[in-house]
Ligand binder design. Sequence first.
Ligand code: UD1
Ligand code: CA
Length: 456
Amino acid sequence: MAKRYAIVLAAGQGTRMKSKLYKVLHPVLGRPMVQHVIDEVKGSQLDEIVTVVGHGAEQVKERIGKKSKFVLQEKQLGTGHACMQAEDLLRGKEGTTIVVCGDTPLITKETYQALFEYHEKEQAKATILTAKAPNPFSYGRVVRDEQGEVKRIVEHKDASDEELLIDEINTGTYCFDNQALFEALKKVTNENTQGEYYLPDVIEILQGSSEKVAAFIAPDFDETLGINDRVALSTAEKVMKRRINERHMRNGVSIIDPDHTYIEPDVVIEQDVTVYPGTIISGQSVIKENAQIGPHSEIKNCYIGKETVIKQSVARDSKIGNRVAVGPYAHIRPEAAISDDAKIGNFVELKKSQIGEKSKVPHLSYIGDADIGSNVNVGCGTITVNYDGKDKYLTTIEDDAFIGCNSNLVAPVTIGKGSFVAAGSTITKDVPKDSLSIARERQTNKDGYAKRLRKN
Ligand code: UD1
Ligand code: CA
């Protein structure tokens, strides 16, 4: 097979975003746009990827990492000039080069692949990925002659009134014969409204030297959306969200209200999971069979076991076992590990703690830096006092222990297996196994005292 290369244009500032963050790093469902572009285009078995960076070069490089080589475009003199920066790495090589913009995150691998195949089948020197836009405003327009052959691309700002009526747009994605691309780029000038070296001018140059120029019309305009401002960014978010949600639903996940459910691309969800409205599942989360998530929950980088139910809660960087009940209104902070059949109830905050099988923390507790065994009951309002203002200490509660309501367990401390802590205790010393510990003032009742007070 002929060699395939990619040039990713990602040097622009993205002035229209009005942001300190470089445009191509703006996330669409948690992943920077340029990363979406590279992940999808990689699906076409590329021999080499070259990303052109400029504004925010270091940050962009860091995000993309080893997936690409990089060249620096010091001044952003236009998309044609940006492509030229890849010359040293690619010039002279035989094969097809796809040029993609870092701001078109919705184009799918299927479309990239179809473009390559069409280009190779047509044996064209250039093939433009075009689309029929319901509102072509601001895009470059594809000008065809009477025979329907592509003649050139005209930018919105340079277009005549007649050309502005054309609804076929340049998506900013093209396949080129690699050598022909670099030959033609030499002839591009900056004589236009914006004073920029336009990559699309290559089309007219190739066409003028009687090389074959083709166009492949993308089946779905939505895919080709170019993100220049935050309005388009929100549209992209919507399209991406719908696409991901539909994939999960077709795999057997029930999403009650897909318009109000946000699932990031890497999340894995098994069959017969139900996701309720207002839920965000992000990062590298995995949700196992028959779990129920939401409504109004945020899950980030969590493993959630089978049949676990999470309501109105926030959980991150934690592992939650099978048949666990979480919430409503629980906060599971990083490094919590909750075993099967446990319960974490209302207004419970958990951090860096192990909760053993069948253990319960049902109401109003803070459990941090704790190692809790199985079958433990942690009464309402219990607090692990883990921090002395300087260091953090571990609380250990062994199997079958019962912690009465409103207890303070001042760490480091161990509550032995099967012991019982009386309600309202402040425990500062280890409790041996199978014992009862009471650490509070004894109650005294004064007969008739209240009545006497009232009389006075
Ligand atoms: C470009 C196309 C337009 C097309 C549209 C599709 C040109 C001249 N116009 O317009 O025909 O309809 O995309 O979305 O190509 N970039 C650089 N260096 C530069 C300039 C841009 O790397 O000097 C990068 C940007 O970071 C961006 C991409 O190229 O990722 C496209 O640039 P942008 O300014 O967004 O071009 P558009 O005006 O959208
Ligand atoms: Ca653009």
